[in-house]
Every structure is written in C-alpha cells, then in structure tokens.
Design a protein around this ligand. Structure first.
Ligand code: NAP
Length: 550
C-alpha cells in the first residue's frame, strides 16, 4: 500500500479482536501482503469462546458447520468429537488455528483498544490501547464481536450484594465450584438455559429468575461418527460452496411441506420426527413457521405440549410456558435437560411476571413476595449486542464525530460494513449485516474476504480512503427494514431489536434477507466500482483531493 502524503504509519491495518473474525482477518490480510497489528483484550485467542467458560457452554450450530471453511487443510487436520462442540473444544480449535497459521505473532494480547481517532487530512487512524500505546494505520478492521459486550441490569442495590457475582461472558478461567451453595441465576436466554442444568447438579439451592419464558429445543447432542467426519472432509469443497450460497450459511435439509398445508396425522408425525432430530433442524423443517403466525402457533403449541409432558408441577409448567410471542421471534436456545431441571427439589422458579424483583440486598434478591437469600448471583442477562463492543470504544471519525453519538438514534451502516463519517473503518459482522442470523463462520468468512478484496482493489488504485455515502446508508436501511417485514421477528421483544438494553434506540439490527442474497449484493457493489462508497485518491499531507463519489 503506498503511503502517499501520510506520516510513516506503523502498519496498514489494525485489527481489533482475535476471535474467529479477527483470526481470519489477520490471516487473509497478511496473505494479501498487508502489514498489520492486532489487539486482543483476552490473554489468548478465541473471543467469545475465550470468555464464555460457564458450565454447559457449547455451540448451537453443529460442529461440522461451525468451523472455518476456507482451508481444506484445516478441515482435514481438526477432528471434532461431538455433534455440538463444547466451549473447551471450540477454544482449543481457535488456539490450534492460531498456531497452525502462525497468527499469534501479529497479536498483542491482554490489551484493549480504548480509542481510535481518524485523521481526515492524511486519511489514517490512530488507535490507542489501554496501556497508553498509540498505533497508526490506514485502516481499522473491527472484529470485536457481535455478542461480546456483557450487560447486567440496572437493578437497585446491585452493589449491596455481598456474595459472589458472575456473568457467563466473563466466567473465571479457573471455574467456579457451586457445591453446597445457594445460587440465583437471573436470565433464561441461551446462556442461562445452558448453565442452569449444570449449576443445579451442584448447588444446594438454585433460584432461577425468569422474565420471559423461552421456547427451547432439545439439542440432542451425541458423539460424532467417524463416517460423518470423513464424509464432510471428502466433500468439503462442494459442501462449503453450497453452504456459502444458502440463506443461513448452513447446509440444512431442504424444508418439507408447509405446516398449514400438512393434514393430520401427517402433521404431528412430521413435528415429532423433527423434534427428535433436535436443535434448529426442528424449526427449519417447515418453511411457513418463520413467516406465518398461524403456522408458527401450531409449532409453538406443539413445543408447549412437550414442556407440559416434561415438567411435573403444572404450576411450574405454566410459568415456564411462553405464550405471548412466536417461536423463533427471539433467538431459540438449544438445551440439554433444561425443563427437566425444574423437577429437581433444589430448584425454584421465580417468575418476574408474578413477583417482580424489587432490588438486590446484601444477602440476595428481594421480590414483591419475599427475599431469596443466596451466596452467588449469576447475571445471565445478556449483552449489548451488535453495537456495544464498538460503541464502548471511543471511536472518533471525521470532525471528531463519535460513533457512540452517531449511533445514538440506532446504528446506521452501509451493508453493516461501513458507516458514514468513519472512513477506512470496517466492521466484521457489524449491525445490519446477516451476522448472528446466519452461521457466524459463514458470515465472518464472507465479510473478511470482501474486506480483503476491497483493500487489495484500493491498493491497486492508490485509493487512500473509502467511506459510505449517506444515500447508500439510507438505501441499505430500507433493505434491512423491508427484509424483516417478511419475518416474525417484529412480534417479539429481543436483542435483535435492541430492546434488551435500557436506553438503546429500538431498531432491528440484523439483515434478515439471507446470507446468499447479501453476498450477491456485496459482490455486485464491489464490482460496480464500489457503488455507494466515496473513494479518495492519492493525496499529499495538505491534500488536493481527487474525490470520486460512485
Ligand atoms: P439473552 O439471550 O439476551 O438473554 C438474557 C436473559 O436475561 C433473558 O432471559 C432476559 O429476559 C433476561 N434479563 C435481562 N435483564 C433482566 C432483568 N432486569 N430481569 C430479569 N431478567 C432479565 O442473553 P444470553 O443468554 O447471554 O444469549 C445471548 C446470545 O448469545 C444468544 O441469543 C445467542 O445468540 C448467543 N449464545 C449462543 C449460545 C450457543 O451457541 N449455544 C450460548 C449462549 C449464547 P427477557 O427475555 O425478558 O429480556
């Protein structure tokens, strides 16, 4: 990359984060000849899988799909052991990839990016880390994660509690022994639902505080068969290519008939069959369930019936039953023995709808009915998803514009990759991209490859800065809104809409049109001279700018 007119930069690209997005970005950019530095706040690689060490943590995408697809060697040399990999196994995979591709030498660990300031005249970023160091680079690639900024609720008295407190996303590396302890878990999203059965095995008493009951699907985890692994390796190129051009980035079975058009008894037989396949295969079996409320209600009622057959106490079953939003309207957790855990004598369900939390006290949690005295509280209360990891960094674009302020009315981006006012900043799986509603590996690979190819094109043309135009952002916002109108996501409150964070502007934050459609849009824009981006050509430090808006 020519550094025309710019001060001597420390490198061409700074990569923020060394999770799976950051690792692939480092690899892809380095392979394309870019000099780079990466910063990671953890002491090793893995990102979300480095931090989420809570008991029961495992992926809800099948292992053979939840891995890098860009390299046949990586696929051949790593052997997954279970249908759904555990957190330790996924973390070991991240460590192994980092070593196998020799990525660690580019990464400064234990170092958090605290600030990034863009110099508009010379088109470069100065990135500040929490050790006070400054690094200058032409581009910043934010691989800071979609679900990586933990949040705890603004509960009155939260600091008065004298016991231990935990968040799944910041779990102690040495683990926690709950044997004989009284524990409260607040939150029954994917994290809570995975850890509750595990904590219940050891705790003397477990109080589960639920605000919204979850539809949860049995994972039906099992060891992987050697044949499956060999078959996936042998057909990897073809399977990966096919997956890249699917809606979800996963080769799911072709959906069957519409649920509404399937007569009884075939309907129940099909639901039963798919229920026993487990996980997301259940919801993806019928194409109308995610778009038609009537079809959705049939499936939801089937799941509620399953719940009632598992939970022995009818009153507990009633409290656990989701009724006021469609199945799949919020992220569906996959579980192992979650509902059955409520049959244990040491587990108590507290439904916030029946007894609202008043405050935390020195000894536990006070509700309108009583105080639950506990030794530890686990805040499984989620994250400031999709935007939090970015807005928690003080990012300053043109004219000192702060990203946090710019997004205060809701994140606005072009393709989820770039934002007006912040030239030369790319976000991997950023808000308004398919990200969390597709296989994260597929989303990450598509973004990293698009960014790497874009930077190569800019280098070839001696372009120094690239920035989304306001009209392109508006167009993309319309695409995001139009796509979600055809789904049931707007019928539930969820973190996809930002409703889980107090004060966050309500806005649907994921592109739901599918990874296949999205990929075509991104490729089309790149090949059409980066339509919707403003490119600035080579210039001197006091520039005469060649500004090309395309
Ligand atoms: P989450 O889905 O946002 O769930 C947070 C839970 O905390 C919800 O039940 C929420 O209730 C509750 N909550 C929040 N504030 C509360 C309050 N003040 N009082 C009572 N309850 C409160 O967070 P998560 O479980 O950490 O999962 C986040 C995402 O990470 C998942 O959706 C998934 O995409 C990903 N994840 C994946 C896996 C996996 O692969 N298996 C595992 C864990 C996480 P409301 O529903 O009422 O807001």
């Amino acid at each position: 990359m020519p550094q025309v007119g710019a001060p001597d930069l420390d490198c061409e690209v700074v990569v923020v984060g060394a999770g799976f997005a950051g690792l692939y970005a480092i690899h892809a950019l380095r392979e394309n000849g870019f000099s780079l530095k990466a910063f990671e706040s953890g002491t090793s690689v893995g990102g979300t899988w480095f931090w989420n060490r809570y008991p029961g943590a495992r992926c809800d995408v099948e292992s053979l799909a939840y891995q890098y697809s860009f390299s046949q060697e990586l696929v051949d040399e790593w052997t997954w052991t279970e249908r759904y990999a555990t957190q330790p196994e996924i973390l070991a995979y991240a460590e192994w990839v980092a070593d196998r591709l020799d990525l660690r030498r580019e990464i400064t660990f234990n170092t958090r990016v605290s600030r990034a300031v863009y110099d508009e005249d010379a088109a470069y970023w100065t990135v500040e880390t929490d050790d006070g160091s400054l690094t200058t680079a032409r581009f910043v690639v934010a691989a800071s994660g979609s679900i990586s900024a933990p949040q705890v609720p603004p509960l009155e008295g939260i600091n008065d509690f004298a016991g231990e407190t935990y968040h799944p996303g910041r779990w102690p590396a040495e683990g926690v022994d709950f044997t004989g302890k009284r524990v409260a878990v607040i939150g029954v999203g994917s994290s809570g639902i995975q850890l509750i059965p595990e904590v219940a095995k050891f705790a003397e008493k477990l109080v589960v505080v639920q605000r919204t009951p979850a539809y949860t699907l049995p994972a039906r985890n099992r060891p992987l068969y050697e044949d499956e692994i060999l078959c996936a390796r042998r057909n990897h190129v073809e399977l990966a290519e096919r997956a890249r051009h699917t809606h979800s980035g996963i080769n799911l079975p072709i959906p069957g008939d519409l649920l509404l058009e399937t007569e009884e008894p075939k309907r129940t037989i099909m639901l039963e069959k798919n229920w026993h396949l487990g996980g997301n295969l259940f919801i993806s079996a019928f194409p109308d369930v995610t778009s038609d409320l009537e079809a959705n209600e049939i499936m939801a009622e089937f799941v509620r019936h399953k719940l009632r057959t598992i939970v022995e106490d009818p009153e507990v079953a009633r409290k656990l039953t989701p009724t006021d939003y469609p199945i799949g309207g919020k992220r569906i957790p996959t579980d192992t023995n979650y509902w059955a855990t409520f049959n244990r004598n040491n587990v108590k369900l507290v439904n916030v709808g029946d007894e609202p939390i008043v405050r935390a006290t020195r000894n536990g949690i006070q509700t309108t009915e009583t105080t639950y005295e506990v030794d530890a509280i686990i805040y499984a209360t989620g994250y400031d998803n999709l935007t939090g990891a970015l807005t928690r960094i003080d990012i300053r674009g043109r004219d000192g514009l702060s990203l946090q302020e710019s997004w205060s009315g809701g994140a606005h981006t072009y393709l989820g990759l770039a934002t007006v006012g912040f030239p030369n900043l790319f976000t991997i799986t950023g808000p308004q991209s398919p990200s969390v509603l597709a296989n994260m590996f597929a989303s990450i690979e598509q973004h990293v490859e698009w960014i790497a190819e874009t930077l190569c094109a800019l280098r070839d043309r001696e372009v120094l800065s690239i920035e989304a135009t306001p009209s392109a952002e508006e167009w993309w916002a319309d695409q995001v809104d139009e796509a979600v109108e055809n789904t049931l996501y707007l019928h539930a409150k969820s973190w996809y809409r930002g409703t889980n964070v107090e004060g966050k502007a309500p806005k649907f934050l994921v592109y739901t049109g599918g990874l296949d459609v999205y990929r075509r849009i991104c490729d089309d824009i790149a090949s059409d001279n980066f339509r919707g981006f403003s490119l600035e050509g080579a210039k001197s430090a006091k520039p005469t700018q060649e500004k090309v808006t395309v």
